[in-house]
Write a protein that binds this ligand. Structure first.
Ligand code: CMC
Length: 447
């Protein structure tokens, strides 16, 4: 009869072990019993970059990379994008169910009434250099919020924890918009309680002297859809940081700052910024073949906005965004000249063996930058536009981690590859260190 176990024979000793299989996994700790002698620490797995390791059990987001499926709490992301608002989705992520009308009203009211930040935060942001990157300012200012809410460290107290979750969802757009205004040398705009989450963000970014800020409702809806598509993505790099920082019971402000820092990188949330810079560099259709050739030869960097660790068929978010881009261009009445370059890159990449054989498809970041550009949001702001909505996902994952009895402080093991014990060398006897070939090859550039 079939059994949910794995039988392992250790050929070093000839011993056989039977370990349970549960939910398609074996427990790494079950391997520890496999030893060669009593001094042996026991078998470990080696999995740099978590290529095949589940670090948690989670009921928030489901992805099937081969089938191109993305669901939040069971709901397909395209249905949410079509029918829900971003705050409805944020509620769903952190509470597990879609809100009733009364629940959504209460949540919206709570978020709306926490959008202001302490006036000292304004002074804090003012202290940055005039040309500081908004993402750097966002990371620093969200971390600074920790100092305004010292009670936030009581992460196991539900009421305190939930209060900070609302504050973070509410204040991220304010910090993000103010970072932008500072970089542009423009006065800060305070939140407006009459506006929806996305409309309020747009007015804090764009308002100049209009007595009443008005924006086409379809543009607000488009931003809301972008926020929904970016709200969560299970155990990605930044979420892993959120869980990891949070696992030491640090408060959620510094944990979100850490997660945002991870998101900043060009291989993650910084990719939308990198895509637009890449499209601008290519400039015209005529330059596309030469660019593709360089990417394939490995000298020209990567085709930004392509490829994903999990999606090996298509990224469902990219499909929604591509349709959204057409809608936004129609509303605004002009197409980005870079759209033609993007479409040509996509066409070539989807038929070229280099990309096809590596299962590299457009990801969420390939078209989102073109929409932001059409909304006149500067390229530096793109990763910030990702961080605002991802905050709800980070918080849902953070709370799930805190309440998960299986979790402890995150602490991976290593395979030590350094020297064995050596005797201390006095200064007078030392020679200049020369980088070893191993160190040089480890320092390879990835972008
Ligand atoms: N352009 C050209 N070649 C690529 C690309 C790309 N965008 N992505 C992967 N490859 C190649 C890579 O060189 C390698 O080739 P080989 O087998 O010959 O060495 C192969 O494909 C596998 O790549 P990998 O780096 O092992 O794959 P990964 O799963 O570690 O990386 C990724 C995933 C998203 C970091 C990577 O595809 C990439 O760098 N893409 C560009 C950056 C990007 O668009 N990031 C946004 C990701 S979606 C938003 C988010 O969730 O943050």
């Amino acid at each position: 009869m079939a059994k949910d176990t794995l039988t392992i024979t250790d050929n070093r000793t000839g011993k056989t072990y039977e370990v349970p299989i549960s939910e398609g996994t074996i427990r790494a700790l079950d391997l520890r019993q496999i030893t060669v002698d009593k001094d042996d620490f026991g078998l470990m797995t080696y999995d740099p970059a978590f290529m095949n390791t589940a670090s948690c059990r989670s009921s928030i987001t489901y992805i099937d990379g081969d089938k191109g499926i993305l669901r939040y709490r069971g709901y397909p992301v395209d249905q949410l994008a079509e029918n829900a608002s971003y705050l409805e989705v944020a509620y769903l992520l952190i509470n597990g169910e879609l809100p009733t009308e009364a629940e959504l009203d209460k949540f919206t009211d709570d978020v709306t009434h926490h959008t202001f930040v302490h006036e000292n935060v304004r002074t804090f942001i003012d202290g940055f250099r005039y040309d500081a990157h908004p993402m750097g300012m966002l990371c620093a200012s969200v971390s600074a919020l920790s100092t305004f809410y010292p009670e936030a460290k009581h992460v196991m107290d539900r009421d305190i924890r939930r209060a900070q979750m609302v504050r973070l969802i509410a204040k991220m757009p304010t910090l993000a918009a103010w970072s932008y205004r500072h970089a542009m040398g423009m006065p800060f705009v305070y939140p407006s309680n009459e506006l929806s989450y996305s409309a309020n963000f747009l007015q804090m970014v764009k308002r100049i002297a209009e007595p009443k800020f008005e924006v086409h409702p379809e543009i607000v809806k488009a931003l809301d859809v972008l926020f929904i598509l970016h709200a969560d993505h299970e155990q990605n790099c930044s979420t892993n940081v959120m869980r990891s920082v949070g696992s030491s019971r640090a408060d959620p402000y510094v944990a979100v700052a850490g997660a945002a820092a991870a998101l900043y990188g060009p291989l993650h949330g910084g990719a939308n910024e990198a895509v637009l810079r890449m499209l601008r560099e290519i400039g015209s259709l005529a330059n596309v073949p030469a660019f593709i050739k360089e990417v394939k030869s490995g000298v020209g960097g990567r085709l930004m906005g392509f490829g994903h660790r999990v999606y090996k068929n298509y990224d469902p978010r990219a499909q929604v965004i591509k349709r959204l881009a057409d809608k936004v261009f129609d509303l605004i009445g002009k197409k980005s000249p870079l759209l033609a370059v993007a479409l040509e890159l996509e066409k070539i990449a989807l038929s070229d063996d280099y990309f096809v054989s590596r299962k590299l498809y457009p990801n969420v970041d390939f078209y989102s930058g073109l929409i932001y550009e059409a909304l006149a949001i500067p390229v530096d702001m793109f990763p910030v536009m990702f961080a605002i909505p991802r905050t709800s996902g980070w918080l849902a994952q953070w709370e799930e981690m805190l309440l998960d009895k299986d979790q402890k402080i995150a602490r991976p093991r290593q395979i030590y590859t350094g020297y064995d014990e050596r005797k201390f060398v006095q200064m007078k006897d030392r020679t200049a260190a020369v980088a070893t070939p191993e160190l040089k090859s480890n320092a390879r550039e990835t972008d």
